[in-house]
Design a protein around this ligand. Structure first.
Ligand code: SIN
Length: 306
């Protein structure tokens, strides 16, 4: 199956173009192994920070029309504990492991980054886009100066590729992307979830314990796609990983045509299980053959041609 599905990005080679998005099945080595066996080209871990966090109390997930709204609250065991899991994942899988990290300051990000890299991460994805946890995530990624400081600190701390996961909850995503790339980001992941709310008409109250959360899944696909398109237009030489509502091979092709070099899949796994990777890989392969393209690279950004 591999053949023309291989993609290269920021110095890494991926046998398949679809990666596991952060936050779904990315907690334990065994679940990540399962996803790789199902046809993912890489896995992105659940975001990990300097210290353990319990996350929010339930309810933390709501099934909306055509998507999920989640506010987990960045639960994680802290990097000191998580390094054992990173080492274990590296024993089990031979595809790249991308560790998603977050912090409350540039220094926090740099410390977590260094520990994850030393434990064996192949790349890092900076979560500067969680839409609802205070003093981190989007509060960092919506400010170009703070974002730039964080990226510079991480780049100075590690020698592995650094991806920056951008927020769609901004007026002009390309301004933030520019700041990240000028500070040394090796690739951009576009995008994290859209800030959203659900209200229960019986109780008359918001459904989630945190009140607001992030919308993912098909409901946001065309917004994520527009973000990728904008980024490709403004930063044509920066690798982009498309993320947001990809649930079938047609969605994946749309993201490549918009400018993504690879894609991430998250919510679709909740609906269809890890088998969705194999189905999407097969669909992409058949499309390339039918259209007589030799590789995914040949179609990246094609929709920009006039
Ligand atoms: C969460 O843990 O609440 C979600 C994290 C994110 O959206 O980045």
């Amino acid at each position: 199956m591999e053949g023309n599905l291989r993609v290269q990005l920021a110095g890494l080679t991926f046998s398949y173009p679809c990666m596991l998005a952060s936050g779904v099945l990315g907690y334990s080595a065994e679940t990540m192994q399962r996803v790789i066996e199902a046809g993912a080209g890489a896995v992105v871990s659940k975001s990990v920070g300097l210290k353990a966090r319990d996350g929010y109390t339930n309810p933390t997930v709501f099934q909306a029309k055509n998507g999920l709204i989640n506010a987990m609250g960045l639960p994680n065991p802290g990097i000191e504990t998580y390094v054992k899991e990173i080492r274990h994942v590296k024993e089990l899988i031979c595809q790249p492991l991308i560790v998603s990290i977050f912090g409350y300051s540039a220094e926090d990000y740099a410390i977590v980054a260094e520990k994850a890299a030393t434990a064996g991460a192949d790349a890092l994805e900076l979560n500067v886009s969680c839409p609802h946890v205070k003093q981190t995530g989007a509060e960092i990624g919506q400010n170009p100066n703070v974002l730039s400081e964080v990226v510079k600190a991480v780049k100075a701390a590690v020698n592995i590729p650094v991806f920056v996961k951008l927020s769609p909850n901004v007026t002009d995503i390309t301004l933030l992307a520019n700041a990240a790339v000028n500070a040394g980001a090796d690739a951009l992941t576009a995008v994290n979830t859209l800030k959203a709310i659900a209200i229960d008409i019986e109780t008359t109250k918001p459904v989630l314990s945190n009140i607001k959360g992030g919308l993912s899944g098909p409901a946001m696909k065309n917004i994520a796609l527009r973000c990728v398109y904008d980024l490709k237009e403004k930063l044509p030489n920066t690798p982009i990983i498309g993320c947001g509502g990809v649930s079938n091979w047609q969605d994946a092709i749309e993201f490549f045509l918009a400018g993504a070099n690879a894609i991430q899949i998250g919510t679709a796994i909740a609906y269809e299980g890890p088998e969705v990777f194999q189905t999407i890989n097969l669909g992409i392969k058949k499309y390339l053959e039918k259209k007589q393209f030799r590789s995914i690279e040949e179609i990246v950004g094609l929709s920009h041609r006039r």
